[in-house]
Design a protein around this ligand. Structure first.
Ligand SMILES: *[C@@H]1O[C@H](CO)[C@@H](O)[C@H](O)[C@H]1NC(C)=O
Ligand SMILES: *[C@@H]1O[C@H](CO)[C@@H](O)[C@H](O)[C@H]1NC(C)=O
Ligand SMILES: *[C@@H]1O[C@H](CO)[C@@H](O)[C@H](O)[C@H]1NC(C)=O
Length: 320
């Protein structure tokens, strides 16, 4: 099952262009490997760089560890065995705009609190990729000091109930990814202050329904990904307000009926809809796709077969 789910992500990845599902897009960075931290011994760069990737950094990130990074704008911490991050240790460089850290291979059970982001009000892009097994829970005020973020990616953390309080500070966010969260409940007013939201991904969730009015305050949303979850009882009115939405991904949920009328009414600009791997006979999805296509004056691509091109589920008569 696990491998299967990941295989689906790869399919999604190829389809959704320019959307950082996995993290931020930090390329051509200067790289440093194998750094063991010590208090009073900051990481010293040999020359001025603006992008830095650190691989295999161990120990505590002290308040002064990143105090000599000069004009660094992008900082990526890849593999690491960090055991603690001191308050204010991340944003020592006033030029820092982009920060990504990957705890995937780090078995230390760190606790994360808002004070690691002291002085981070200049940060625009943040990606926190946590350990898949440890899945930390984050305090409700965790984002208090990063209130100017435009892009936020969080992977592998535990939030069973998403409330407005958790993301209310992120009023400038245009791209929000909450990936692998075990989210079972979401409040209807969660996105009330996120009027700039253009891309939202809640991939790998456990939501069974969506509250009414969830998207009433997000008129700029163009990409919405709700794949790999437990969505079952949609009445499609939940999507009211998505007047700019171009792409909707509902791949691999438990949805058994689709309402072409409401989909066309609430999402008049829709250009791509992915509904494969929902438990509905392929033939039924096929006729829904045909019906939906007729409701739009512009072309719309409806993906309802898993891995089209490899084999034809509809012809093979396979039900998922
Ligand atoms: C960091 O810790 C890991 C695991 O304990 C170890 O394999 C690695 O050699 C350490 N690297 C440094 C630079 O200390
Ligand atoms: C990690 O630490 C938290 C408390 O900070 C604790 O609740 C949790 O059980 C720990 N997880 C593991 C796998 O030890
Ligand atoms: C979500 O679906 C999975 C199987 O697809 C199931 O194991 C899990 O219990 C479901 N969770 C909820 C909250 O419905």
């Amino acid at each position: 099952m696990f491998i299967f789910v990941y295989f689906t992500f790869i399919v999604l990845l190829t389809r959704i262009e320019c959307f950082p599902l996995w993290g931020l897009d930090i390329d051509s960075a200067y790289e440093i490997s194998d750094f063991l931290t010590a208090a009073g011994h900051p990481l010293d760069l040999p020359q001025i760089h603006t992008k830095l990737r650190i691989k295999n950094i161990n120990g505590t990130i002290y308040k002064d560890t990143f105090s000599k990074l000069g004009k660094i704008e992008s900082l990526e911490i890849a593999s690491n065995h960090i055991n603690q991050i001191e308050a204010g240790a991340i944003c020592l460089s006033p030029t820092l705009r982009q920060f990504q850290i990957d705890f995937t291979g780090n078995d230390n059970n760190l606790s994360f609190h808002k004070n690691i982001f002291d002085n981070c009000e200049h940060l625009e892009e943040l990606a926190l990729i946590f350990n898949y097994e440890l899945k930390p829970e984050l305090d409700v005020d965790f984002f208090e000091y990063v209130s100017n973020l435009k892009t936020l990616v969080l992977r592998n953390f535990k939030i069973e109930h998403l409330t407005k309080a958790f993301i209310t500070n992120l009023k400038f966010v245009s791209s929000l990814t909450l990936f692998n969260t075990q989210m079972k409940q979401i409040d209807g007013n969660v996105f009330e202050h996120l009027n700039n939201l253009e891309k939202l991904s809640l991939n790998l969730h456990m939501l069974t329904t969506l509250p009414k009015d969830l998207f009433k305050s997000t008129p700029k949303l163009t990409t919405l990904i709700l794949a790999n979850g437990n969505l079952t009882g949609l009445n499609w009115g939940e999507f009211d307000g998505l007047t700019s939405l171009k792409s909707l991904v509902l791949t691999q949920n438990h949805i058994t009926s689709f309402d072409a009328d409401k989909i066309a009414t609430y999402m008049p600009e829709l250009e791509a809809l992915a509904v494969e791997l929902n438990p509905l006979e392929c033939k039924k999805l096929e006729s829904f796709a045909e019906e939906l296509t007729k409701k739009f004056e512009h072309p719309i691509q409806v993906t309802y077969k898993f891995d089209p091109g490899f084999y034809d589920e509809c012809k093979a008569g396979i039900e998922i």
